[in-house]
Design a protein around this ligand. Structure first.
Ligand SMILES: Nc1nc2c(ncn2[C@@H]2O[C@H](COP(=O)(O)OP(=O)(O)OP(=O)(O)O)[C@@H](O)[C@H]2O)c(=O)[nH]1
Ligand SMILES: [Mg+2]
Length: 333
């Protein structure tokens, strides 16, 4: 599943197209007045065609992988997007038709009216584009946003690092893979899905860093949290769920446990990782351990992503399970 938006060519916004075309007009010359005006309209035609090609190449929404469909839903209303795609198609088709018609008319008409016809065509097309510009520009914005999603390869073994905000997910991902997401001591530092890789015995493993999630109902979650839920739900992979045992954890222990239960209910292989063991607050630590034991969890990891404690063991066991292709060895806790 390469990002279907990756290769999409995004045209300039409507105002930019019109403005730059207006700048171009005086610079376009021809062997005669008629020739010049035809060239001018042909150039406009090429620019308008970019909108048409853009809509034609826009991935079919019905055929999108659930991960990308949900990515669209996080940014916009799908029905609104479909309407805007159709408005963009119509506006560009009509504009192209008008430009063609005027080129033919100029060819057949006397030289004296060529400039007037060119200006008429230019005005009509510009006003069609302007009238649809809200929609056209919104599709451009959405596509620009979707293009930014890193390429995720579904054929690679994948580790998805998830959990509450500020638990140290990005710190861990940075330590075990090539990804270099921003790390900072405040919640929601990570706003996008980041993808890194580890190469082990020639096998490439994909490590995905996700934004933090709060323990609250789905309809109250912000866009950043919804991106993380989308990755957990719609990508294939093992989920490393990180707990924060320090006194300054953003979520209370109860909320961390509730969130763990929610993620677990998404039916993925989930591996609990207790982070910030270097700053562990005994009472919090014990409550997490008691909870895990009460759930019958037999395998969890205790690490300090920052100090590097426990990372060798985590990497070794995780990667060797993946290498053996024996994911089922990790109990579906
Ligand atoms: N003491 C301690 N601090 C840590 C550890 N791991 C990460 N931190 C610190 O915790 C803070 C948050 O780290 P991040 O890696 O940005 O956390 P995150 O989970 O990616 O945060 P969001 O992207 O905001 O959800 C930073 O100040 C890190 O230096 C650890 O093992 N021990
Ligand atoms: Mg982060």
């Amino acid at each position: 599943m390469l990002n279907p938006f990756e290769r999409l060519k995004i045209p300039p916004k409507v105002n930019e197209t019109i403005k730059s075309m207006l700048n171009r007009l005086p610079k376009i010359a021809g062997s005669s007045v008629k020739d010049r005006e035809i060239r001018r309209l042909n150039e406009y035609y090429e620019r308008v065609k970019k909108y048409y090609t853009f809509v034609e190449q826009f991935p079919r929404i019905e055929e999108l992988h659930p991960f990308y469909l949900e990515s669209i839903k996080i940014i916009t209303d799908v029905d609104k997007l479909k309407i805007c795609l159709s408005i963009t198609r119509k506006a560009s088709m009509i504009s192209m038709r008008i430009l063609k018609k005027y080129v033919n008319q100029i060819r057949k008409s006397p030289e004296e009216v060529a400039n007037k016809l060119m200006r008429q065509a230019f005005g009509r097309v510009s006003s069609i584009l302007r009238n649809s510009s809200e929609c056209i520009d919104s599709v451009i914005n959405i596509a620009t946003e979707l293009k930014k999603i890193r390429t995720i390869d579904p054929t690679l073994p994948t580790i998805i690092v998830a959990g509450p905000p500020n638990v140290g997910k990005s710190t861990l991902v940075t330590k075990i893979s090539t990804a270099k997401p921003e790390i900072a001591n405040y919640p929601f530092t990570t706003k996008e899905i980041h993808v890194g890789h580890v190469i082990l015995d020639l096998l490439r493993i994909q490590v995905i860093d996700t934004p933090g999630i709060l323990d609250r109902p789905e309809n109250e979650r912000n866009k950043i949290e919804r991106k993380a839920i989308n990755a957990i739900r719609n990508l294939n992979g093992i989920v490393l769920f990180m707990f924060d045992t320090s006194i300054s954890s953003v979520l209370s222990i109860e909320s961390q446990i509730e969130l763990f239960k929610e993620v677990k209910s998404m039916n993925k292989i989930i591996i609990p990782v207790i982070n910030k063991i270097d700053e562990r607050y005994e009472e919090y630590y014990k409550r997490i351990v008691n909870f895990l034991q009460s759930e019958g969890v037999t395998k969890w990891y205790e690490i300090s992503a920052e100090k590097g404690t426990g990372l060798d063991k985590l990497k070794e066991e995780l990667f060797s399970l993946i290498l053996r292709g024996n994911i089922n060895d990790i109990s579906r806790n």
